[in-house]
Design a protein around this ligand. Structure first.
Ligand SMILES: *[C@@H]1O[C@H](CO)[C@@H](O)[C@H](O)[C@H]1NC(C)=O
Length: 297
């Protein structure tokens, strides 16, 4: 009940100007990323049997299996500063479908409640498409330059705030407009603010100020979401007095976390809970190609 009413007021104002253009389901479909094209490989049914639900990614042309985290390029178009976002949780969902960074190929799986056949749910449904930037890593043992805080040991989080809604596992070309500093217990978990370049409004949305002008209060609702989405168990801290940092700050952060990811992949002794097997030639751990192909078959 709480979850229904809590954000209804804050968010309805922000979304009044957004048309809802939910795209048709794209099971086993494509998605572009720079010169490459990818195809999702979805196994299991999210609603019927969440424990068995799993989504992998492969190259469409030659069906080469890839790691979502390590082998989808960070950039869709580096010169234009367009990034690839991996969608984990679509807008309106509470089921936590996340990159499983402990597993080979970092597929998307459902976080399950312990000793249960039930999925773990967020207390508040997501108000945006939520996901990760591939080829980034916020090390839990390194203080970042921006907040001087250690990371959470995951790739960078990103929220896509355009009027488009995506499917689990989609790879979406986005521009990054800013970043919100979210923290708990002095561990920082930045939320990058992204906009799908294919949205009809994309040409007009190039800064935080543009977002505020076109979608008044949407940034405030987004901040409220990340402050309270784990309420009542947890209320998160907001760094920088809750002020969003602009695109240039976000870009520096992404570069820093892309470098941390490179070091992680080169390491012969990464943290035990992380799987760093990758198709990247510089990666210390290389895949067994036939094993990966069998998993996708
Ligand atoms: C990752 O996948 C493994 C194997 O499917 C599963 O046991 C584990 O619970 C998953 N981790 C998360 C955080 O969902």
């Amino acid at each position: 009940m709480l979850r229904v009413i809590f954000f209804a007021v804050a968010v309805s104002a922000a979304f009044a100007q957004l048309s809802s253009t939910r795209e048709p389901a794209q099971q086993d479909e494509f998605l572009t990323g720079g010169a490459e094209e990818y195809r999702k490989v979805i196994k299991g049914d999210l609603r019927q049997d969440p424990a068995e639900f799993i989504t992998y990614i492969e190259e469409a042309a030659d069906k080469k299996p890839l790691s979502y985290w390590h082998d989808i390029p960070l950039y869709f178009d580096e010169a234009e500063r367009v990034y690839n976002m991996i969608v984990e949780i679509p807008r309106g969902e509470a089921i936590k479908t996340l990159l499983n960074i402990s597993e080979e190929m970092s597929p998307i799986t459902v976080s399950m409640l312990p000793n249960s056949h039930q999925p773990a749910l967020e207390n508040v449904d997501y108000i945006h498409d939520f996901g990760k930037l591939p080829q980034t890593y916020s090390s839990a043992s390194v203080e970042d330059q921006l907040a001087k805080l250690k990371g959470n040991g995951y790739p960078l989080d990103v929220v896509e705030i355009s009027d488009r809604t995506h499917e689990i596992g989609d790879i979406v070309p986005v521009k990054i407009l800013g970043v919100l500093g979210v923290a708990s217990n002095d561990i920082v978990d930045y939320k990058l603010i992204a906009f799908d370049i294919r949205s009809a409004a994309a040409d007009q949305i190039n800064s935080l100020a543009d977002i505020e002008a076109h979608y008044p209060d949407l940034l405030a609702a987004t901040r409220g979401y990340f402050r309270f989405y784990q309420f009542p168990q947890q209320v998160n801290d907001m760094l920088f007095n809750g002020e969003y940092q602009d695109a240039s700050v976000a870009e520096n952060l992404i570069n820093e976390k892309n470098n941390e990811w490179k070091q992680l992949l080169e390491s012969d002794s990464p943290p035990a809970e992380l799987n760093t097997v990758s198709q990247q030639s510089f990666a210390h751990f290389q895949p067994d190609q036939s094993k990966w192909q069998q998993i996708l078959a």
